[in-house]
Ligand binder design. Structure first.
Ligand SMILES: CC(=O)/C=C/C=C(C)/C=C/C1=C(C)CCCC1(C)C
Ligand SMILES: CC(/C=C/C=O)=C\C=C\C=O
Ligand SMILES: [Fe+2]
Length: 562
């Protein structure tokens, strides 16, 4: 048994005998023009069957002691989803119950904030945690799981100095004196003090590079999808500057589109980058119609010919950016008087072809958008769908770790719906926003969505997301939403927290929902497993238990086997 300073790990201890019996594959890769040697450990099935928790490294992360609520204690419900990952890295083959389709060959990567403490110090918000990257590698019906911390400067510095060193989502290091405060302000404006903790998502660029992202541009971090090694910062080679961007660029084999909010002259630059380059080029600029600063753009949608730029009344707030302590809305401020807008930019010309006022809204995630056409093929409107929180900002506070860890059996998750915007393209000044289906279909909870990527920007029928079985304090179901029939089918493992259901289409499929949905679950016993649901029936087809429960994670991507 290996024992560490603050806790011991029994079944997953480092075992040199077993490690010796794994064999290594050295691979040359030239991702950035220079050759990188990637060492990949392959575990034989025999080895993993003998020792399903085989660990390649056990660096204990000293998770803080978290006292469960009375209700959770009574139900013996464990809070692993909201507890720091128990070690820095692990990799091994999992035992699969059910059948993984043989066509599913590739790697699902999922990123998220999995480590919420530095020494004795505990973060307070879900979005603050240091990034934990998880990998599910599917090959010929078998599944290898691995996880690893991203080696950001922010993470490395906090480990070295045993304190918070960079400005994270909700909090910042406190300057010791007035001089330090002035220095800190300068560092904020230059971006030097902002975090590079890439804890939000992970994308595979058209050229094969895999990049972990957050909302600070400096957080863009290249990783190796096989070893989960942090390879280095993704350096944009243009002179666009800026400190923040949307956490969710639109990424396809031929495109990388994102929004750069301009906090000085409120607006957004819409930029695009070709695969194989690091240079973003400006497509156009949107001027904000409300003030005092641009609305928060965590994500945005596109159609085949247009980029839709949302201007949400939850706006970046310069004063809050300067504060070290969390404010009720963190770095943002709610400005209902400034109203809400949707702008439509033509991809080809960069011109704004529609800009309409819409009802107030709060969203993190757009699901998809498409063009509605008349019988002559003219675009009459744009439909844009999002996970909409009923224009209620309290969802941000509900994502504090204290709230997430103190579920009392009360139904405290604010309602959410598929918010469907209709943006007229005939010059009308107003757009509409309505629920695309009765929110009771998915328990009036909704976030963390995916679609069939072949339907990006096109008329589509199905969305996958997390919904709610109430009472709850966080989305706890996986839901398949049929936007044509206005129905949802829900999957639940009572007491568990599932992560984003991620749809992978079957190669050669002709039906939109022909594929599988991947999710990672942390269950009420504190254990974890990967689950595969059939995209059409939404029935479980396989699951594979992890050696231990993993913290909640946010967004993922699919890296097909080459
Ligand atoms: C995890 C998630 O969904 C969002 C993470 C957002 C982050 C890390 C935002 C960071 C920011 C700063 C460090 C300063 C500037 C503003 C802002 C983009 C909120
Ligand atoms: C997990 C989440 C919202 C859940 C609400 O019901 C939002 C995540 C945002 C960042 O990716
Ligand atoms: Fe997100």
């Amino acid at each position: 048994m290996a024992s560490f300073a603050f806790f011991s790990i029994k079944p997953y201890s480092y075992n040199s005998k077993n490690i010796d019996r794994s064999y290594q594959l050295k691979k040359e890769s030239s991702l950035f023009g220079k050759t990188i040697s990637i060492e990949k450990k392959i575990f034989s099935r025999e080895l993993c069957d003998e020792n399903p928790g085989l660990s390649i490294s056990n660096v204990a992360t000293k998770p803080p002691v978290i006292v469960p609520s009375k209700q959770d204690a009574e139900n013996n419900r464990k809070l692993v989803a909201w507890t720091s990952v128990r070690q820095e890295r692990w990799q091994g083959e999992l035992h699969v119950q059910g059948k993984i389709p043989l066509w599913l060959n590739g790697t699902y990567l999922r990123n998220g904030p999995g480590l919420w403490h530095i020494g004795e110090y505990n973060f307070r918000h879900l979005f603050d945690g240091y990034a934990t990257l998880v990998r599910l590698h599917f090959e010929n019906g078998r599944l290898v799981m691995g996880h690893r911390q991203i080696e950001s400067e922010a993470y490395k510095a906090s480990k070295k100095h045993n304190k918070l060193c960079y400005r994270e989502f909700s909090e910042a290091p406190k300057p010791d004196n007035f001089l330090a405060y002035i220095g800190d302000l300068a560092n904020l404006f230059s971006g030097a003090s902002l975090t590079d903790n890439a804890n939000t998502g992970v994308v595979r660029l058209g050229d094969g590079r895999v990049v972990c992202l957050t909302e600070t541009i400096k957080g863009s971090t290249v990783v190796d999808p096989n070893t989960l090694d942090t390879l280095g910062r993704f350096q944009f080679s243009d002179n666009l500057g800026g400190l923040v961007h949307s956490a969710h660029p639109i990424v396809t084999d031929s495109d990388f589109l994102t929004l750069l909010p301009d906090l000085i002259n409120p607006g957004y630059l819409v930029v695009r980058m070709d695969p194989g380059t690091n240079e973003r080029k400006v497509m156009g600029r949107v001027k904000c119609r409300g003030g005092p600063s641009p609305g928060w753009v965590h994500s945005f949608p596109v159609t085949e010919h247009y980029v839709v730029v949302p201007e949400m009344p939850l706006r970046y707030c310069a004063q809050n950016l300067l504060k070290a302590e969390p404010t009720p809305l963190y770095k943002f401020q709610w400005h209902p008087e400034s109203k809400a807008y949707m702008h439509v930019m033509c991809k080809a010309s960069g011109k704004i072809v529609a800009s309409v006022e819409v009802p107030l809204f709060v969203t993190f995630h757009f699901i998809n958008a498409y063009e509605e056409k008349d019988e002559d093929g003219r675009v009459t409107a744009i439909i844009a769908d999002c996970c909409e929180h009923n224009a209620d900002t309290t969802i941000l506070q509900k994502l504090t770790l204290q709230n997430l860890r103190s579920y009392s059996g009360q139904d405290v998750l604010p309602d959410a719906r598929v918010g469907r915007f209709r943006i007229p393209m005939d010059g009308s000044p107003y757009g509409s926003l309505e629920a695309a289906l009765n929110p009771n279909e998915h328990g009036k909870g909704l976030d963390m969505c995916s679609i069939n990527p072949a339907f990006l920007g096109k008329k589509y029928r199905y969305a996958y997301a997390c919904g709610a079985q109430r009472p709850c304090n966080f989305p706890n179901t996986l839901t398949k939403i049929d936007l044509t029939e206005k129905k949802a089918k829900n999957w639940l493992d009572e007491g568990s927290i599932p992560s984003e259901p991620f749809f992978v289409p079957r190669p050669g499929a002709t039906e939109e929902d022909d594929g599988v949905v991947i999710s990672m679950i942390t269950d009420k016993n504190g254990e974890g497993y990967a689950v595969l649901l059939d995209g059409t029936t939404f029935e479980e087809i396989a699951r594979a238990k992890f050696p231990y429960g993993l913290p909640y994670g946010l967004h993922g991507c699919w890296v097909p086997k080459t």
